[in-house]
Design a protein around this ligand. Structure first.
Ligand code: IPM
Ligand code: MN
Length: 365
C-alpha cells in the first residue's frame, strides 16, 4: 500500500482550523484510492515561539526532514507583532525553512472561478470568465538573501544596504519550473524583470531568451518590466498565463495577483525544492497564500479552500498524484458552483462554517 509521509505545521490564527479541514479532505480522497497518510504535526511560528522559544525549532525541522513534503498553515499575529522584525514569526519561520530545504520555486496559481468574479475588485466585464494564471517566483535568491549591512558613516550618517544577487544557474532552474508549468497550460511565459535599470535583470533577460530558445523553442516567451507588469496585472490579468520572476518582484506581484483574484481564502501555493523525495518528486512546502486572519481566528468560520487546494498541490507535485489533485480541485469548484460558501465569498448567499464547507467539498469528491 502506498503511504504518503509528510509534516503538518498548522501554525497560528486560522491555521489549525483550516488545516483540520484540509486533512479531512486529504484522508477522504486518499483512502478511497487505497492510499495511507502518515503525517506528523509540529509547532511553527508564534505558537512555536511561545512553546519552544523559536519560530522554527530544530525539532520542527527534524519532523519536516523525516517527511516527503510539508503541509503548512500560516504564521504570525498581533501577539508577536512587537518583536523585532527579524524575530517575527513570518520572517523567522518562513525564510529559514525556504533556505534549509532549498525551496527555490514558488508557484502561486491565480485562479478565480467564474462564479466568484464578484470577489475581485476588477469590474466583471474585464474578467467575464474569471482568472486563470500562475506566478512562478524565485524564492531563495535575490535581494532577500544577498549580503545585508547597516553601518555608521564617518560623518555620523547611517547607511543600510541589501544586495540583489543572481547566478545564471539559479535563473535557469526557475525557468525550468516555468517551462514545465507553461507546457501543462497554454505554452506562454512572460518573464518579468527591470532590465532597463538592474544588472541582475539584464542577466535574467539574456538567460531567459537563450535558455528558452535552446530548451523550449515551442514556448512563446515575452518580457515585461515589473512596473508595467504591475499595471497590466490590474488592467487585464488574463493577458498573462505563466509569469516568471525574481524573488522580490514575485513577492509584490503575487500579492497583487492575489487581490485581483478576489478572496485570499481561495489561493494556494507550492514551494518546490531542489531535492527529490523518495517518490522521485520534488520535496515541497504547500501553504495558503493568505495569512492567519487573526480577526476571525478560533471562530470556525475561515475559508478552508486555500488550505485544501494546497493539499491538492502537495499530492500533484510531491507525490505525483495528479488525478487525485484534480479530484480535489474539481470538488472545490463544484462546491462553489453549488453556492456552498464561507463568509468571505458569500456575497449574499448563506454562509457555512469551515467544517461545513469541508464537508460540502468531501460530498463532491
Ligand atoms: C510571502 C511573505 C514572505 C515573503 C514574508 C512573510 C517573509 O510575504 O510568502 O510572500 O516576503 O516572502
Ligand atoms: Mn508576500
Amino acid at each position: 500500500m502506498l503511504t504518503l509521509k509528510f509534516a503538518v505545521l498548522p501554525g497560528d490564527g486560522i491555521g489549525p482550523e483550516v488545516m483540520a479541514a484540509a486533512l479531512d479532505v486529504l484522508k477522504t480522497t486518499t483512502s478511497a484510492a487505497g492510499i495511507d497518510l502518515d503525517y506528523q504535526q509540529a509547532d511553527v511560528g508564534g505558537i512555536a515561539i511561545d512553546n519552544q522559544g523559536s519560530a522554527l525549532p530544530d525539532s520542527t525541522v527534524e519532523v519536516c526532514e523525516a517527511g516527503d513534503a510539508i503541509l503548512f498553515g500560516s504564521v504570525g499575529g498581533p501577539k508577536w507583532e512587537s518583536l523585532p522584525p527579524a524575530e517575527q514569526p513570518e520572517r523567522a519561520a518562513l525564510l529559514p525553512i525556504r533556505k534549509h530545504f532549498s525551496l527555490f520555486a514558488n508557484l502561486r496559481p491565480g485562479l478565480l472561478f467564474k462564479e466568484l468574479t464578484d470577489a475581485s475588485p476588477l469590474k466583471t466585464e474585464r474578467i467575464p470568465d474569471g482568472i486563470d494564471i500562475v506566478c512562478v517566483r524565485e524564492l531563495t535568491g535575490g535581494i532577500y538573501f544577498g549580503p545585508k549591512n547597516t553601518r555608521e558613516l564617518e560623518d555620523g550618517d547611517i547607511e543600510a544596504s541589501d544586495t540583489m544577487v543572481y547566478k545564471k544557474s539559479e535563473i535557469e532552474r526557475i525557468l525550468d519550473v516555468a517551462i514545465a508549468s507553461a507546457k501543462s497550460r497554454s505554452g506562454k511565459i512572460c518573464s518579468v524583470d527591470k532590465a532597463n535599470v538592474l544588472t541582475t535583470s539584464v542577466l535574467w533577460r539574456k538567460t531567459a531568451t537563450e535558455y528558452l530558445a535552446a530548451k523550449a523553442p515551442d514556448i512563446e516567451l515575452s518580457h515585461m518590466y515589473v512596473d508595467n507588469a504591475a499595471m497590466q496585472m490590474a488592467r487585464d490579468p488574463n493577458q498573462f498565463d505563466v509569469v516568471v520572476t525574481e524573488n522580490m518582484f514575485g513577492d509584490i506581484l503575487s500579492d497583487e495577483m492575489g487581490i485581483v483574484c478576489g478572496s485570499l481564502g481561495m489561493l494556494s501555493s507550492a514551494s518546490l525544492g531542489t531535492q527529490n523525495n523518495q517518490h522521485g518528486h520534488p520535496f515541497g512546502l504547500y501553504e495558503p497564500s493568505g495569512g492567519t486572519a487573526p480577526d476571525i481566528a478560533g471562530q470556525g468560520i475561515a475559508n478552508p479552500c486555500a488550505q485544501i487546494l494546497s493539499g491538492a498541490l502537495m499530492l500533484r507535485y510531491s507525490f505525483g498524484l495528479n488525478e487525485l489533485a484534480e479530484k480535489i480541485e474539481n470538488a472545490v469548484r463544484k462546491a462553489v458552483k453549488d453556492d456552498c460558501r464561507t463568509g468571505d465569498i458569500a456575497f449574499g448567499k448563506p454562509s457555512m462554517t469551515t467544517s461545513e464547507m469541508a464537508q460540502a467539498i468531501m460530498d463532491r469528491l
